[in-house]
Write a protein that binds this ligand. Structure first.
Ligand SMILES: NC(=O)C1=CN([C@@H]2O[C@H](COP(=O)(O)OP(=O)(O)OC[C@H]3O[C@@H](n4cnc5c(N)ncnc54)[C@H](O)[C@@H]3O)[C@@H](O)[C@H]2O)C=CC1
Ligand SMILES: O=P(O)(O)OC[C@H]1O[C@](O)(CO)[C@@H](O)[C@@H]1O
Length: 385
């Protein structure tokens, strides 16, 4: 079995590539980082180390790579694949869509076998978004053919993989926990299930629970940690005030999730507590600027801060801590992150109300907008850098 995986980065190598290889796939990574591609081709294997006391290691074999700029080779790989996956970042999906479309065009004429394409990104409906972008590059005739053969099941992926600092550029250290959930209802019939993947009939509760607990809590720890002068999530979580703030955020999203999906409140509490422990894993040094990266994406209406706040608001719940998380994101003045720099430039030019409205979509008269503004003004006075 052959899989083509876009993005040989932290999640690509440390999670998706590892699971696919374990499940018996030959994994062909597609990446635009030429040195990474050359090394993967040359060695055909790499090591994944667990962030635990024993530093358990596993050799991932049977891998190769092609450069994403070589459209012909990418198309050829897709034409012969049983599965396509991605972990490039949701904003990069539009850049890989043309080559996936070209691969699908070749494949539609070469094989009648069904092809699942699964985006493993931190987003609601990642594969659905990818499908729209890929279909924009197909003719109406090819779209009809693709409707019959190519499926885009949405997925939720959960494993913390920090930035890597190893002598060996292919080695990747990952937290022990992982969960890959895929919408079975969108998988092509007869597809052989991938070992290690949890298939569900309805993905929404899983993706929202994961995004609004792991990712909401994590980015709040990152933004508050950054403002307090911390460099890692572990350092931020060792501050009682930040830990309490993150726990309060998770109480707000948890109350909403329990109401919306009917989760058992006690079980959800256990789920959230486990996530708090994952944030404090002492064998990981996870930089706050990685976890807080791309604040415009994270502040967008369908992402981890605004969406759970709006869902809670619709249910009549107050969200002061989510509002504080949004305010902290707006204060994430990290010049090396282009989105953070753009936020600061917009605030400087047009003011904070304009920025809240632009990035969160919350109009000035919305109570959450007012709450974010109030928190922003208070938090601004506490910034330690
Ligand atoms: N790191 C983590 O703990 C987790 C990350 N994710 C999600 O996984 C995705 C990837 O994240 P990371 O692995 O952390 O990022 P990363 O930056 O380590 O990896 C992304 C890879 O994509 C490659 N890439 C960029 N543009 C490309 C293109 N046009 N064609 C092919 N490859 C391209 C990059 O060269 C890089 O190797 C993101 O959506 C992220 O939200 C999800 C769960 C956990
Ligand atoms: O990858 P993103 O969406 O920028 O956000 C980083 C998040 O992804 C994770 O790496 C894993 O879900 C978390 O560590 C963090 O919450």
């Amino acid at each position: 079995m052959r899989a083509v995986h876009f993005g040989a980065g932290n999640i690509g190598r440390g999670f998706i590539g590892l699971l696919l290889s374990r499940a018996g796939y030959e994994v062909c990574f597609v990446d635009v980082n030429a040195s990474l591609v050359d090394l993967l081709r040359e060695r055909g294997q790499y090591t994944v180390t667990l962030a635990n006391a024993q530093a358990d290691a596993e050799l991932v074999r049977n891998v190769t790579a092609v450069n994403g700029t070589n459209l012909e080779q990418v198309a050829e790989a897709i034409a012969g694949a049983d599965l396509v996956t991605t972990a490039v970042g949701v904003s990069v999906l539009k850049h890989i869509a043309p080559s996936i479309a070209q691969g699908i065009r070749v494949r539609l004429r070469a094989s009648a076998a069904p092809l699942p394409v699964i985006a493993c990104e931190n987003a609601i409906g990642g594969s659905t978004q990818l499908k729209e972008q890929v279909y924009a590059h197909l003719t109406p005739e090819d779209r009809v053919l693709a409707d019959g053969l190519v499926a885009f099941p949405d997925a939720a992926v959960d494993r913390i993989v920090p930035l890597q600092h190893h002598e060996d550029p292919l080695q990747v250290t990952v937290e022990p926990f992982y969960e890959w959930v895929v919408d079975r209802s969108a998988m092509p019939s007869g597809f052989q299930e991938i070992a290690g993947v949890h298939y569900v009939e309805k993905l929404e509760p899983y993706i929202e629970r994961k995004l609004f607990t792991v990712n909401t809590g994590h980015c709040c720890a990152a933004y508050h940690g950054y403002l307090a002068g911390c460099s890692t999530i572990q350092e931020a979580m060792s501050s009682e005030a930040i830990r309490a703030e993150v726990a309060s955020v998770l109480q707000e999203t948890g109350a909403m999730l329990v109401r919306k999906f009917g989760f058992d409140a006690k079980e959800h509490e256990t789920y959230a507590a486990k996530i708090m422990d994952r944030f404090t894993n002492p064998y990981i040094d996870d930089e706050v600027v990685r976890v807080g990266r791309s604040p415009i994406r994270k502040l967008s209406p369908n992402d981890r801060l605004v969406r759970p706040a709006l869902l809670a608001h619709e249910l009549g719940m107050e969200v002061p801590h989510l509002a504080a998380g949004m305010a902290a994101a707006l204060l994430f003045d990290y010049p090396e992150d282009p989105e953070a720099a753009a936020i600061q430039a917009l605030i400087a030019e047009h003011g904070i109300h304009h920025a809240i409205e632009t990035y969160t979509g919350l109009p000035g008269e919305h109570p959450i907008h007012q709450n974010v503004y109030n928190r922003y003004e208070t938090l601004k006075l506490t910034v330690k850098r």
